[in-house]
Design a protein. Structure first.
Lengths: 311, 349, 516
């Protein structure tokens, strides 16, 4: 059993999930439900591939993916905060919009449902370091083959946790999510805070798409996010909206996906479609079994209109 | 009549109209940006949609699954629930209907049996998400999406494997002759099937249930204010469960209608996303059966014309999703904008 | 309004304030001045515009026109809560502005967090707060979540919060509505102290007796306009009532109905025996509650808010099954019976919060009236609803209950709050009930409408209906209930006949659970 390979696949699967989930967490802690992670991921993936196609540099691809995610997140913010729309409906609209945009653009640019192959993001390669006594081989073993964005995810999760608990900004974000009317009465700029959170959310979700497209395969194909955005959302719920547990949930799902791949290799007869079902069935099973969505920010998804009528 | 006039003057209808016009305008710009003439594209749409009798039949038949899907979402929305699982319920409903139609033969009642089986399948498939919502607190959307992926992949595997009809197709074996709704007319390559009228009848039934039956009142009350509904004696939980189940059943019926009216079997590509189209159809139709039928006709026309568009102008059919996304956002924007304008006018009065 | 002779400074001066919400004019050319070192009261009926006026001062609302001058500085149109706090204004809103899951510390520093670098400096905050709390003379565990604090503790946190932000002008919106009499006295003593230290206290209230006792200046608002202003020595109840509701004076002077006689030997309509109740989180909300209610009897339930009033109502209605004990309606045990079936037995419910439990705002008047009766064969014919019959019924109710409404098909939200409340009352009370569970039924009603509401309850009682009257207005309970019982931390303590009680005795039970 190739453990190193297994771990690598698991982490690689977990990385886009974790990026998207952290993005979702930011948005939801500030009170805005975000089911549009899927759409932002998909659009981010396309942006990443396009930018890499045009410039040849996958890091610029990441940059455009971030911008793409931010653009969609801004639309979501405008719907929810300015138009006081139902957050879930807005999220669905963004997903549909992303579906349409990506299908339309990929067909327009590449005249096919998939893009051409582009450069992928580099992985860490510390094989040179292996020469250094003691530390060398360890660093090589741990980091070689790892995606840089995975390291970024670890850092981001820790940073988010610290931010929410120990900074004024974090306190205000939490206040916006628990009781925006109170936050306003304290002089907190609820709209501004939520906007910042959505920017971060969009950036992370777009980056997740970049990782998805450029992390391994190096191309974009229609609907390639395949429900990962929703699994990320489920991870936010399992992790009770706290950064480190959410990260753990994403790792779990990532390794579940790796296991499905392993299972497929081992049990060759297993149909592709059934293997695809595994992550979704697993998510469903956990949702059915877990004790409930506690830890949810109290004012998550509440419309301003409703809050005004009924404080 | 007085009600219709009041409706016209008040918001909802105008919102929908403006949303469609706005989306059309934005789309014209997008289309122009990639080098096509918007007027040409628009005329292709109209031509492909209602240009001749064949297109009209095609549009009506394309609207049919959207009516079911739209009704499914509209019903759920009225109860404050979001049944985004229509696609999955459509698949299991269609698949179950196709199997029932092939293996069971009840003469001319076969088609009715198929509808019943599909409704049951859709109902059952909807139970998982609503149970998760009511007993575990997680939003039904997540459960629905999971069930969608499971349903689609499961049906694809079944139709490519154990239930495959012939080696090179992805269809189930054909249904019995009694499993078809009668064909009313055939022009060119398009059959106009009575299944379309079945969808209209279902729309009438949904209207009657929603606005004339106590259950419909309870459903709407539970959706508008669950606390007040409960205090007045309504069992909110069972109302929501039943509503969501009916919503799933309606989506399942859409699958059955496709099998009994168009394909004659379950075919892996039989839905270009009807379940998701239903979201926009319901929202545009203001969750009212009449509006749903109207919006379904509009999108049916688009779906039908999209083949022509892809062929003649090389524009991907996904442009319809783009249109839908813009329409929904425009609908969301319409209310506050209208409210702000009204307040400004009132202030001046 | 005459200028005071004692040389107090006008600290906040509002002139010509206009504010309109859609069709309604909430404030119409209002002038208001608050003086330093005093308790400035703003009184008036529900909906008179008091809260709106203060929200303008605090920056939560923008006036359409008019000037606001604070400490001789004119506030431009870009006012906001943030600016108000910066100018030294603090507001304690009617429904507390505290985040439930935060601790007291977090609640207080929210918006003005002391920092060390980019991190919150909790130690500094705690130090400053402990000083403030000692000065206020109260003790609060700063780390405990707010949800675990009592009402008066929460109020203390709110006051500490205002002082923490350096407020010199403190606005209190109905602070005593949820307090027991002794706690009210404590609060006013504190307010007096703060005023003597030079702070400006602005007090919104509808409790005239408190105003007469404690306020230095009074401004009276009626339907968005200032109708009078008084100084301490000019105040009396007649003057104030006359300024608030001129036509009420005559009505209120007229003596109301007598309490109907209760037949002691009749079988009780409602009995509770040893009822225990817990909430979803497992906390006990009712402990061993027992009482019986006879036909024609009005039992008043007093208690500090959060002592189990809502839970008591819901367990009687059938929204919440009891953990143990029994509920007996007209002789039969109904523990397992749901709300719908209890309604069929003649139980009606007037909830405290109509938006949460009583009405459906986006529905029409007709549909709101139908709620609860929507399964009655009487309103159905040939598979559909008899809408014209319902419209007639609504028009009748509009007349009988003096509801200001025209079209039965209009949306409920087109009615003012008071009229919505009246429609809800009409719907429930016209149902020929046997048991009426009323929780603060006069909420949102003006003095005249409130009187009419109680008259209707008395009328129904005299016909043999039983009334469970849960209320935070002790004066109403003393006037209209035969007997009063007090809820204290989930336990029900029988206080006795209302004729032998006064506010002080009830207050002791509310705060200490015993009469000593």
């Amino acid at each position: 059993m190739d453990w190193a390979g297994f771990i690598q696949i698991g982490l690689a699967s977990a990385t886009p999930l974790a990026l998207a989930a952290l993005g979702g967490l930011f948005s939801e802690r500030s009170g805005i439900v975000n089911i549009a992670l899927e759409g932002k991921m998909l659009f981010g993936a396309l942006c990443a591939v396009l930018a890499t196609y045009w410039t040849g540099d996958p890091w610029i691809g990441c940059g455009l993916a971030i911008l793409g995610g931010i653009a969609l997140a801004t639309a979501h913010f405008i719907n929810c905060q300015l138009f006081d729309a139902d957050h879930v409906v807005s999220g669905a609209a963004i997903n549909i919009l992303a579906l349409g945009l990506t299908g339309f653009i990929v067909f327009g640019v590449f005249t096919s449902k998939s893009s051409v192959q582009v450069a992928t993001l580099p992985l860490f390669d510390l094989s040179n370091v292996a020469g250094i006594p003691l530390l060398g081989p360890l660093l090589d073993f741990v980091f070689t083959g790892m995606a840089p964005l995975f390291l970024f995810v670890l850092f981001a999760a820790a940073a988010t946790s610290w931010l929410l608990r120990h900074t004024p900004f974090g306190l205000r974000v939490r206040a916006c999510g628990e009781d925006p009317a109170v936050a306003t009465a304290r002089g907190v700029n609820v709209a501004g805070t939520r906007f910042l959170c959505l920017l971060v959310s969009g950036a992370l979700a777009g980056l997740a798409g970049a990782q998805l497209a450029l992390g391994d395969v190096g191309f974009f194909t229609e609907r390639m996010s395949a429900g990962r955005g929703f699994i990320a959302l489920a991870a936010v719920i399992f992790g009770r909206w706290r950064p480190l547990p959410v990260l753990a949930a994403c790792l779990f799902f990532g390794f579940a996906e790796a296991s499905a791949v392993r299972l497929k290799l081992w049990w060759q007869v297993m149909p592709d479609e059934l293997a695809l079902i595994i992550p979704f069935a697993l998510t469903l099973a956990i949702l059915l079994v877990s004790r409930g969505a506690s830890g949810m920010p109290l004012s998550l998804g509440r419309k301003q209109e409703e809050i005004e009528l009924h404080p | 009549m007085k009600d219709i006039l009041r409706q016209l003057r008040s918001g909802p209808l105008i919102d929908s109209l403006i949303a469609v016009l706005l989306a059309a305008a934005v789309l014209s710009i997008v289309v122009a940006a990639i080098g096509h003439n918007p007027i040409t594209v628009l005329s292709l749409f109209i031509c492909g949609g209602v240009g001749d009798l064949e297109s009209i039949y095609g549009t009506l038949m394309s609207s049919m699954p959207l009516i079911f899907s739209g009704l499914s979402l509209a019903l759920a929305f009225r109860a404050g629930l979001f049944n985004i699982g229509g696609e999955g319920q459509l698949f299991v409903g269609g698949f179950a209907a196709a199997l029932a139609g092939h293996y069971l033969n009840l003469g001319s009642m076969t088609v009715v049996l198929m509808m019943a089986v599909a409704a049951a399948a859709g109902f059952a498939w909807a139970m998982v998400p609503i149970a998760i919502r009511l007993y575990r607190g997680a939003h039904e959307v997540i459960g629905c999406i999971m069930m969608n992926y499971i349903a689609i992949n499961l049906c694809l595997w079944l139709v490519r494997g154990p239930f495959r009809a012939e080696a090179s197709t992805e269809k189930t074996p054909p249904i019995q002759p009694g499993g078809w709704w009668p064909t009313l007319d055939t022009v060119g390559a398009t059959d106009f099937n009575a299944a379309f009228f079945i969808s209209l009848i279902i729309a009438v039934l949904v209207y009657w249930m929603l606005f004339r039956l106590p259950f419909g009142f309870e459903l709407r009350a539970a959706g508008a204010n669950p606390g007040a509904a409960a205090a007045s004696g309504i069992n909110v939980r069972s109302t929501l469960i039943l509503t969501f189940g009916l919503s799933g059943a309606l989506a399942g019926l859409g699958g059955a209608a496709e099998v009994s009216g168009v394909f004659g079997s379950f075919y892996s590509q039989f839905s270009p996303g009807y379940g998701f189209d239903g979201i926009t159809v319901a929202l545009l139709g203001r969750n009212h059966p009449v509006g749903v039928v109207a919006a379904a006709l509009l999108f049916g026309m688009m779906r039908n014309a999209s083949k022509l568009l892809q062929f003649e102008a090389e524009i991907s059919a996904d442009i319809i999703f783009l249109f839908q996304g813009i329409v929904i956002i425009a609908l969301l924007a319409a209310r506050p904008i209208r409210r702000a304008v009204a307040a400004r006018l009132a202030g001046r009065a | 309004m005459r200028l005071p002779e004692t040389g107090l400074q006008p600290v906040a001066v509002m002139t010509g304030i206009h504010k309109r919400f859609g069709e309604t004019e909430a404030l119409c050319g209002v002038d208001f001045t608050a003086y330093s070192g005093s308790i400035n009261a703003v009184i008036g009926e529900n909906g008179a515009g008091k809260t709106t006026l203060m929200k303008v001062l605090f920056g939560l609302l923008h006036s359409d026109s008019g000037d606001v001058v604070v400490n001789s500085r004119r506030i431009a149109g870009s006012h906001s809560a943030r600016r108000a706090i910066g100018l030294g204004i603090g507001m304690l809103q009617q429904h507390f502005s505290l985040v439930h899951s935060f601790s007291s510390l977090e609640n207080i520093i929210l918006g003005c967090e002391p920092v060390k670098g980019i991190q919150i400096d909790r130690r500094q905050a705690r130090k400053k707060l402990e000083e403030i709390l000692t000065e206020l003379g109260g003790v609060v565990d700063l780390e405990k979540p707010i949800a675990g604090l009592s009402v008066s503790e929460r109020q203390l946190v709110e006051i500490a919060r205002m002082l923490f932000t350096g407020a010199e002008i403190l606005i209190f919106d109905e602070p005593t509505a949820t307090l027991a009499p002794q706690e009210i006295e404590n609060l006013y003593r504190l307010l007096r102290r703060l005023a003597d230290e030079g702070k400006t206290i602005i007090l919104i209230t509808h409790r005239l007796r408190e105003v007469i006792k404690y306020a230095d200046f009074v401004t009276v608002l009626r339907r968005g306009r200032v109708t009078a202003g008084f100084e301490r020595k000019e105040m009396s109840e007649e003057h104030l009532i006359g300024a608030i509701v001129p036509e009420a004076a005559a009505l209120l002077a007229k003596k109301g109905r007598e309490l109907p006689h209760v037949d002691e030997r009749a079988d009780p309509v409602l009995e509770l025996k040893g009822v225990d109740c817990t909430d979803l989180a497992g906390r006990t909300t009712l402990r061993g509650v027992s009482f019986s209610l006879r036909p024609g009897e009005i039992l008043g339930i007093a208690g500090v808010t959060g002592s189990g009033q809502k839970e008591l109502a819901e367990v009687v209605i059938g929204l919440h099954p009891p953990l143990s004990g029994s509920i007996i309606l007209s002789g039969g045990e109904v523990n397992r019976m749901n709300a719908r079936d209890r309604r069929k037995l003649g139980v009606v419910y007037i909830p405290e919060d109509r938006f949460a439990d009583g009405v459906i705002p986006p529905f029409s008047l007709v549909l709101n009236r139908l709620l609860g009766d929507h399964r009655l064969p009487h309103f159905r014919r040939r598979g559909s609803y008899r809408l014209n019959l319902l419209r007639e019924d609504v028009r009748e109710k509009i007349g009988n209950y003096h509801i200001d409404a025209g079209d039965p098909d209009a949306t409920l939200t087109s009615l003012s709050g008071g009229n919505q409340q009246k429609l809800m009352l009409a719907r429930e009370l016209d149902r020929e009930p046997r048991l009426i569970v009323a929780h603060n039924p006069t909420r949102g009603l003006d003095v005249v409408a409130a009187r009419r509401c109680y008259e209707r309850l008395l009328e129904l009682a005299s016909q043999g209906d039983a009334v469970l009257l849960i209320s935070t207005e002790l004066e109403d309970l003393l006037s209209y209930a035969h007997r009063i019982a007090v809820l204290f931390a989930g336990k029900l303590i029988d206080a006795g006949a209302s004729s032998e009680l006064d506010a002080r005795k009830i207050g002791l039970l509310m705060t200490r659970g015993s009469a000593a």
